[in-house]
Design a protein around this ligand. Sequence first.
Ligand code: SAM
Length: 273
Amino acid sequence: MSISETRPDRANVADRSSGRFTRALNALRDLGPGGVVALLRKHGLSGAWDFLRRNVRHLVADRLARRWDARFNVDTAGSIQLDALDVIGPNASKGNECVCTSPKSMDFILDQVGRDLSRHTFIDIGCGKGRTLLLASRFPFTRVIGVEFARELCAIARRNVADFIDPAQKCRAIDVIEADATTYEFPGGPLFVYFYNPFSKDLFQVVIANLEASLRANPRDCILVYGSSSHNAIGWARPAILKSGLFSETPSQPMPGFLDAVRIIDYAMFANR
Ligand SMILES: C[S@@+](CC[C@H](N)C(=O)[O-])C[C@H]1O[C@@H](n2cnc3c(N)ncnc32)[C@H](O)[C@@H]1O
């Protein structure tokens, strides 16, 4: 029986992680010894080492992610390209592929907050398969919300929320909202808003403007975390967040190189009070 028959929510969801290492080995085999030498000449030994290190890191992280999934009865591993998915709204081309924040990275971020979160709502903007929602639900948030614009990923995230088995879970009020983040209206009450490099700078500016308007209309506590593993996104996200003067940056520890992370998450934390 195929995976899409056992998990109809996974039909059309092609995972680019599985077989990545085999694809790399096949590519080397296809190149042959002459091609490999030519590649080494072009990129040098350090380039070859980088290539190998990236692929081994990916392989290890992917194995650990699948082991975590099996342990908690969910499906959150993989790298899902958005091209084949059914996306709400006009911003599909500005979104980044779905790769979930690693469990150790999320725990590391949340452990650093050092504040009572029992009145806060955790919101992941672009929640993908919803792994962060499961991880955040182990903390005493009042509510946990994921916003995601790809219908298939919403379906997987909802199923994960229903299937998650963890005695450490503290918050069971978890919702997955199918929407383009630029149209999302933030709820009342204190907020913890998480972004893991979900989309382009122009969309981020719209979402930040919406969040700031909501905080101005209804002043309340807000912690914001922006994480990224590519494109120097913190470089443009930080000034966009600080621009209005509403937020200031909270000192945070650098992210360790956790083995369960496909890429190390460079992140910054902000608070409005
Ligand atoms: C890098 S993944 C992060 C997944 C999740 N936040 C995590 O950390 O585990 C980015 C996610 O943002 C979603 N996304 C991109 N653009 C979006 C938009 N305009 N509205 C809602 N979700 C979006 C993508 O579909 C993808 O699932």
